[in-house]
Design a protein around this ligand. Structure first.
Ligand code: FES
Length: 217
């Protein structure tokens, strides 16, 4: 056998050695690596899945940023109020009785802005006698326009507000008074009427706060 034949033979033997069956220890090592890799892969997939599932849940951030809020108004009794939250603010939905609504224009002379001329305080479709889309349902942001306290509902006539009180809201911080349409009484430190937020109705009983109503042509 020549020298080069001998080297070839060695080389073939060497290759054969590299393909020989793995030992029992090698098998166990490989099995461990496969399991470990699968586990890491599964953990990675789970980690990746969390933000995706999270993004499918209702977003509190979207709500805070101003996502519209639906309110069922069918369960508000006449003369009562319901509070919803929109953009982190309380929004009062007041279901006025016919008597309450009829009372509104009777005290215009006691109000700072009875005709709602400060246009920033309500959408154009609520710049009317009762500041509403539906005459008996008022929708206002329950934050005083003075320094931002939350006024107290004083819906009944008289009571601790005195004989001339016809129902509305009282801010105990500095004494501002508002009527049942959120209009501010003269002499109050609050400079403007309460804000009427953009709103509309999806159907007879479902109010949606944050979606503008269409103006009639
Ligand atoms: S914050 Fe309401 S009266 Fe001052």
């Amino acid at each position: 056998m020549s020298v080069s034949d001998s080297e070839k033979e060695k080389s073939v033997k060497s290759s054969a050695l590299s393909f020989q069956e793995p030992s029992q220890v090698d098998k166990e090592k490989r099995q461990f690596l496969v399991v470990a890799t699968a586990a890491v892969g599964a953990a990675g997939a789970a980690t990746a899945a969390i933000p995706f599932v999270g993004s499918m849940l209702p977003s509190e951030r979207a709500k805070a940023a101003g996502a519209p809020v639906e309110v069922d108004v069918s369960d508000i009794a006449p003369g009562q109020i319901k509070t919803a939250e929109w953009r982190g603010q309380p929004v009062w939905i007041i279901k006025r009785t016919d008597e309450m609504t009829a009372e509104l224009p009777k005290h215009n002379d006691q109000l700072s802005d009875p005709m709602c001329e400060v246009t920033s305080q309500q959408p154009a479709y609520c710049q009317n006698a009762d500041r509403s889309i539906k005459p008996n349902i008022g929708v206002v942001v329950g934050i005083c326009t003075h320094l931002g306290c939350s006024p107290t509902a004083k819906l009944e006539q008289g009571g601790d507000m005195g004989a001339g009180w016809t129902g509305g809201f009282y801010c105990p911080c500095h004494g501002s008074k508002f009527d049942l349409a959120g209009r501010v009484f003269k002499g109050s430190p609050a400079p403007t009427n309460l804000v009427v937020p953009p709103h509309s109705y999806i159907d007879e009983n479902t109010l949606i706060i944050g979606v503008e109503a269409e103006m009639e042509a």
